[in-house]
Ligand binder design. Structure first.
Ligand code: MRU
Length: 398
């Protein structure tokens, strides 16, 4: 069974009857303990789900926002409540997209998607025979295509990353000449099917390495405080039967010290890659990049071009989201009995794990300087530094 976090059905017609588009998302706050899909029918619903992190991960946030508006517009069309003119409909779509953009600030994929969708509706509204219906139809088609394109892009990212690791890492070269040799990868946060439309970026690289027969073992870090690693990446690795081990974030140095060059690379995702290659990603990414450099392990960022923000010159200009203190001071999960059996009736239980009254700093992301990154794996290939600098222009010409 393929893991999916976003279920979208486009409009379907049967005779004169049209069933409007519908959207459901897997509630990631309940994973891995409960699999519950929640319907999203409005932009308000999507805004709240993104802010609460029922859906998270840079590409998934953008796609859910785009599809939520598609669903809302499709329902309005069936109810006969679209606006009077194409221009008014265009303005209203723009207003709702701007509202969706305020849900979370760091990942650029959302504003990239919004910019592209605004252009689509502007073009549709400029057609000589434009009407509110044609503007909405153009929006629906473009939003749905974002979902399809993301999976294809992730598969290409996976394959480019796997080939790079095979050729450019000690473990990759050793295993290519001797299939008995180990090849391990460490990843951080969750970048898989739950964070994207499917397959994943950094986790896509791990999936491709595994299906190419290259990967012998994956490590995922817990990713405190929200535990995307232990809850979500571990869930995906178990689901795909990839041999894998969970470590807490503070164990990464010891892991690299113990495994040496058997760890081919640390591969992470990104929320925003600035024009100079500085990369904002889940808090803890920067410390892993420092460790990788110290241990001579390659450090790769896997991200689609929609995550590369040429308008932001460097990491200094990236806004880092700060989240509530209780994500650090409390944990949530099901209670278990003395035999380890999950007591579903006690789900989710909340446990306090910090001294009451302590001040908390909870940045959701950090910025890894480009100098610590060996390559940025995109759907168009791996971008490496030339004369110490990343240059992304050629991948945007493709
Ligand atoms: O706060 P989150 O869970 O949305 O953060 C997610 C990450 O940092 C991911 O690594 C990034 O969005 C890439 S997902 C393909």
């Amino acid at each position: 069974m393929v893991l999916e976090a976003i279920r979208f059905k486009g409009e379907t017609a049967s005779g004169q009857n049209v069933t409007p588009a519908s959207l459901e998302i897997l509630d990631q706050l309940l994973l891995p303990h409960q699999t519950t899909f929640i319907p999203i029918t409005t932009c308000q619903g999507a805004h709240s789900a993104i802010k609460k992190m029922q859906v998270r991960g840079a590409p998934a946030i953008a796609i859910v926002a785009a599809l939520a508006l598609a669903t809302e517009l499709s329902n309005e069309k069936q109810a006969g409540s679209l606006l009077k003119t194409a221009r008014k409909q265009q303005d209203e779509i723009g207003r709702r997209l701007d509202y969706l953009k305020t849900s979370r600030p760091t990942a650029v994929n959302l504003s990239d998607a919004i910019g592209k969708l605004k252009k689509v509706v502007e073009t549709a509204a400029s057609e000589p025979d434009a009407s509110p219906t044609t503007v909405v139809a153009a929006y629906l088609q473009a939003a749905e295509k974002m979902l399809e394109d993301d999976v294809a892009d992730n598969k290409a990212i996976g394959e480019h990353g796997a080939q790079w690791i095979k050729k450019h890492t000690t473990a990759g070269v050793r295993r290519t000449s001797n299939p008995e040799q180990p090849l391990q990868v460490l990843t951080h946060c969750n970048t898989g099917s739950l964070a994207t439309a499917g397959y994943g970026t950094a986790l896509g690289v791990i999936r491709s390495l595994r299906s190419n027969g290259m990967l012998t073992h994956a490590y995922c870090s817990e990713t405190r405080p929200y535990n995307q690693g232990s809850r979500l990446t571990a869930y995906e690795l178990v689901h795909d039967e990839i041999p894998a081990t969970l470590v807490t974030d503070s164990m990464a140095a010891s892991l690299l010290q113990r495994e040496g060059q058997d760890v081919a690379a640390i591969v992470v995702g990104a929320d925003r890659v600035a024009a100079n290659g500085d990369t904002a990603n889940k808090i803890g990414t920067y410390s892993l990049a420092v460790l990788a450099r110290h241990h001579g392990v390659k450090f790769l960022v896997a991200a689609p071009r929609t995550t590369i923000d040429l308008a932001t010159p460097s990491g200094k200009e990236i806004v880092i989201e700060e989240r509530a203190a209780d994500e650090v001071t409390r944990i949530k999960g099901p209670r278990i009995d003395t035999d380890g059996k999950v007591l579903v009736e006690h789900f989710p239980a909340t446990i306090n794990i910090a001294a009451t009254g302590i001040d908390v700093w909870n940045p959701a992301f950090d910025v890894t300087p480009a100098s610590l990154i060996d390559g940025i794996v995109t759907e168009c290939g791996v971008v490496e530094k030339v004369d110490g600098r990343f240059d992304f222009e050629h991948i945007f010409r493709k």
